[in-house]
Write a protein that binds this ligand. Structure first.
Ligand code: UDP
Length: 312
């Protein structure tokens, strides 16, 4: 049974990855400092002998006894309000945390996959975004702490690959949604579901004409799994190319929830909010034979089932 370390294991994506690797027959070491993660997401794994949990902050030296075949680095605050609240930790986990894990991967001779992001493209001037686009990031703006941490993560991962010959993979993750997103993490989907269920205003920032492209979590996990097992060390976009404006997205959630008290509540647009975002997934299609399977109607219905249970 191969053994995999997953950082950010108690988070949204990390916990779904733990489930997938357990289901594939791996032994999973989950690591998290619970800064934004929640043990409820992995509670069901604790009874399994294939699963162990390490409560640890990866910006400090990381030690894991025994062999490791793979490391998946998914620890980081990931929503704009989280990284605005925790700018230094966000920079540290992308920089120091990634460095510590690369060192661990080297010593264990493990293959390491790191979670990068569509935020490396910033407010993009090329649309949709292929991996070859270098991006348009404001390093000193409020989002810079996340964007630059992830750009550094990519750079140091490539340096370990080129200088030390470490076996590495880089996934650039676009907006992803599904069960276990934190209700109060401030991202658009948990915000809209919570507000619609409670019969409050759906806080549309700006005029809602900015676009995003939302990928259901199971599709993302499949793409990451395939990338890990591929032999491709350059960045690969994983996301759903179906693009929608935020206002239309709010309307879809209003229609799905059907709470007559809920309404659209326009709020100011945050600084440096990207105007458009859509992945070019040609590379994932060619190299991984991957494309998303769950459309937004189906994905939102599954996600609504989750939010109905957690929102009071
Ligand atoms: N957004 C919004 N209302 C909210 C939260 C977000 O209109 O309550 C907008 C935000 O301005 C952005 C988009 O929704 O244009 C996606 O925001 P999110 O924080 O989910 O992720 P981002 O893609 O910006 O990292």
């Amino acid at each position: 049974m191969p053994r995999v370390l997953i950082t950010g294991a108690a988070g949204f994506l990390g916990s779904h990855l733990c489930d997938r690797f357990i289901a594939e027959g791996y032994r999973v070491v989950g690591m998290d400092n619970l800064l934004t993660g929640n043990l409820d997401n992995i509670q069901h794994l604790f009874p399994l002998k294939e699963f162990e949990f390490h409560f640890h902050d990866i910006t400090k030296f990381v030690h894991v006894a025994g062999e490791l075949d793979y490391i998946l680095h998914f620890a980081s605050p990931a929503s704009p309000i989280d990284y605005l609240k925790m700018p230094i930790q966000t920079l540290k986990v992308g920089a120091l945390g990634t460095h510590n894990l690369l060192g661990l991967a080297l010593s264990k001779k493990a293959r390491m996959l790191v979670a990068s992001t569509s935020e490396v493209y910033g407010d993009p001037l090329v649309h949709p975004q292929p991996e070859s686009y270098w991006g348009n990031v404001n390093p000193v703006g409020p989002r810079g702490v996340y964007d630059e941490a992830k750009r550094f993560l990519e750079a140091i991962t490539m340096a370990y690959h080129n200088f030390h010959g470490l076996d590495t993979r880089i996934v650039r993750i676009f907006n992803t949604y599904g069960p276990r997103m934190r209700m109060e993490d401030g991202r658009v989907l948990p915000a809209f579901f919570t507000q619609a269920i409670r019969g409050e205003g759906l806080t549309v920032f700006g005029d809602g004409s900015q676009t995003r492209s939302f990928c259901y979590v199971d599709d993302l996990v499949e793409g990451i799994y395939r990338l890990l097992l591929s032999d491709h060390h350059l960045p690969v976009n994983i996301g759903n190319p179906t693009e929608i404006t935020i206002l239309d997205f709010a309307q879809e959630i209003l229609n799905l929830v059907g709470n007559p008290k809920a309404f659209i509540d326009y709020r100011p647009l945050p600084v440096d909010d990207p105007k458009v975002r859509q992945p070019d997934i040609t590379k994932a299609r060619d190299i991984l034979n991957w494309e998303p399977k769950v459309d937004r109607k189906e994905g939102l219905a599954r996600t609504y089932e989750y939010f109905k249970q957690v929102v009071q």
